[in-house]
Design a protein around this ligand. Structure first.
Ligand SMILES: O=P(O)(O)OC[C@H]1O[C@H](O[C@H]2O[C@H](CO)[C@@H](O)[C@H](O)[C@H]2O)[C@H](O)[C@@H](O)[C@@H]1O
Length: 278
């Protein structure tokens, strides 16, 4: 992998849950370790780095707390540039356009903006309809909703799913996807983590074959990005899983601790290759 990366512009895409933080029962407690934060920070000092998550963007930022990375929330539907100016040869003209008159906003792209009211409505409805089921957590991810059943007794899974399906039937502009013990509700638009990845490569000026995107993720929604890399015949896709999985990724890492070792190795390699060129 490192030999293929020589002379190319590496761009790093990292999923959050299950990739940078271990899967835990309470989604609000999926904290990232300080050592993982430092590993991501080091990578971001060398390569454009983007955290791409199903969560709402501001929540991912609260967990990651780094100002030198791109944040993409709501499964690719909420894209924002880093607050800090970067020196990776990035085309930042679009960033500047996106900063508001107070200079504190840098949202690049929100393809599902018109769905905000409907998502709010469905979120309240799902909260109300599922509150009798013990252990359910409905998470508002801004442009999508997660209905968590990790803490729900297995006997109640079926009725919870029925509740969600019946609710969403009333909203033909929304659709349901599934993740790790979570039912996700999102706008039926042709946009996902794969599209977001392509969008970012394009606007950063990294769409050429001289770019080597690395995408690391653990969940079904990351498969959309793996497929894009496969189709483009570009870069490396890495699934995080301790068991064999049906995946479009070409490589695997077992868990977030192996992700951290990989990230540290990547930044060490870059430092070393830069210094040996001097
Ligand atoms: O794209 P991701 O960053 O991987 O986000 C996908 C979903 O991750 C979170 O849920 C998952 O992790 C939780 C914490 O470990 C776990 O409790 C839950 O069972 C998992 O599904 C997040 O809470 C969701 O909103 C994301 O969509």
């Amino acid at each position: 992998m490192m030999s293929m990366a020589k002379g190319k512009r590496v761009v790093v895409f990292l999923d959050y849950d299950g990739t940078l933080s271990p899967i835990v029962d309470d989604p609000d407690c999926a904290f990232m370790s300080d050592s993982m934060r430092s590993a991501v920070d080091k990578v971001a000092q060398h390569f454009p780095t983007c955290i791409i998550s199903g969560r709402r963007r501001d929540k991912v930022y609260k967990f990651v707390k780094l100002t030198n990375v791109y944040y993409v929330g709501s499964h690719g539907m909420d894209i924002m540039a880093p607050v800090k100016s970067l020196d990776h040869g990035i085309n930042t003209s679009l960033h500047e356009q996106a900063i508001d008159e107070k200079g504190n906003k840098a949202v690049l792209f929100q393809p599902a903006e018109e769905f905000l009211p409907i998502i709010e409505e469905v979120y309240s409805e799902l909260e109300r309809k599922t509150k009798e089921i013990n252990g359910v957590m409905v998470e508002n991810n801004k442009f999508c909703i997660s209905v968590h059943f990790r803490r729900v007794d297995e006997v109640d899974w079926r009725s919870l799913e029925d509740q969600v399906i019946n609710t969403i039937k009333e909203y033909p502009s929304l659709c349901i996807t599934r993740g790790r013990k979570v039912i996700e509700i999102r706008p039926s638009i042709k946009w996902d983590k794969g599209r977001a990845l392509e969008y970012l490569l394009e606007i950063l000026g990294f769409a050429s074959d001289q770019t080597l995107p690395l995408y690391i993720g653990d969940d079904r929604t990351d498969e959309d990005a793996f497929k894009v890399l496969q189709r483009r015949g570009q870069g490396y896709s890495i699934i995080v899983s301790s068991i064999p999985k049906d995946t479009k990724a070409s490589y695997s890492l077992r868990d977030p601790s192996e992700v951290m070792s990989f990230l540290l190795l990547l930044s060490k390699w870059k430092k070393h290759s830069d210094s040996s060129r001097k």
